[in-house]
Design a protein around this ligand. Structure first.
Ligand code: TA6
Length: 302
């Protein structure tokens, strides 16, 4: 962590709605209070941890067993998976989902204009990232908090060689009860089942109801709408710069195996990730860039 609490506080000077706290020593977060919502964002991974419109239950899920440990992925919110999604394509010894979510980003700016707070973070290479990914890049994460939550990841190739990336805004959505939701927006698309050795795309005939472990890369550019009957609300996940949507729920057995998830956690969340995953892998040419964006918000149930 190169910026001190004083550095962070100085950058946010003049905007009392944006403050810095340390839920764990050495793990600073920015607490955001807008006139219509509240959020917390960790400098570690530029990870949105919580967001909800005022007087609403949380929209994002964070595991009660999540670890605020530098270098370790924090289970919940919106982890930024980059420069690869899932296991490294050639070297499984490299960290799953890349390194962007386990490094401290630099806080560039934070402000509140009207009802919208905008916080900008940046990540550039160092020796550790070069050992994992021998290329130059500049990542900018722009997070806009209001009655919707917008996370924009701009990735720029600042080097001389082209390279491919895969990525995801790995959003954990908080639910009343996994068995009382319907996921709309994937009907009519095809998905690759990550739980199967058969990688032939499968047609999704109907809206998705989750009755077991799901780990799918949908080949879709569409928005997703989760109808949460238990909380009597719908949550929408819009996206841009993404041809693939990952839907994941670990269900019972996997929940028990995952150390930073309570055994029953599978009932309380589903991941709907706007991604560049599977065959959707942008190539960044020298000075080229790609933007991946998700917008999350609430709608009435019907
Ligand atoms: O997004 C789905 C997935 O790739 C699953 O396969 C599961 O591994 C999940 O991500 C969580 O990954 P993590 O490394 O955060 O435990």
């Amino acid at each position: 962590m190169s910026q001190t609490i004083e550095d962070l506080t100085a950058i946010l000077e003049g905007t009392p709605e944006l403050t810095v706290s340390e839920p764990e020593p050495g793990f600073p977060v920015i607490d955001v209070q807008t006139p219509v919502s509240a959020a917390t964002i960790a400098l570690h991974g530029a990870q949105v941890l919580t967001w909800a419109p005022t007087d609403h239950p949380p929209v994002l899920y964070v595991s009660p067993k999540a670890r605020m440990t530098p270098g370790t992925a924090l289970r919940g919110g919106i982890p930024i998976c980059w420069p690869w999604f899932g296991n490294h394509p050639e070297d499984p010894a490299k960290p799953a989902h890349g390194f962007a979510r386990t490094r401290f980003w630099e806080l560039v700016s934070g402000d509140l204009v009207g009802k919208v707070a905008t916080i900008v973070f940046k990540l550039v290479p160092d020796e550790e990232t070069k050992a994992l990914f021998p290329y130059d890049f500049e990542l900018t994460a722009t997070i806009r908090i209001a009655d919707k939550l917008r996370v924009k990841l701009q990735m720029r190739n600042t080097g001389e060689e082209s390279y491919q990336v895969s990525s995801a805004l790995h959003t954990y959505l908080s639910l009343g009860d996994i068995e009382r939701i319907q996921l709309e927006g994937v009907k009519g698309s095809h998905y690759v089942d990550q739980l199967s050795d058969d990688k032939e795309p499968v047609y999704q005939e109907k809206n998705l109801q989750i009755k077991g472990e799901v780990d799918r890369i949908y080949q879709s550019m569409s928005s997703v709408l989760i109808r949460d009957l238990d909380r009597f609300r719908s949550v929408f996940v819009d996206k841009a710069g993404s041809r693939s949507t990952v839907v994941w729920n670990p269900w019972k057995e996997k929940s028990k195996e995952i150390k930073d998830l309570p055994d029953k956690a599978y009932r309380e969340f589903v991941c709907v990730e706007c991604a560049n995953a599977g065959t959707d892998r942008p190539t960044l040419r020298p000075n080229g860039s790609h933007t991946l964006e998700t917008v999350i918000g609430l709608r009435p149930l019907n």
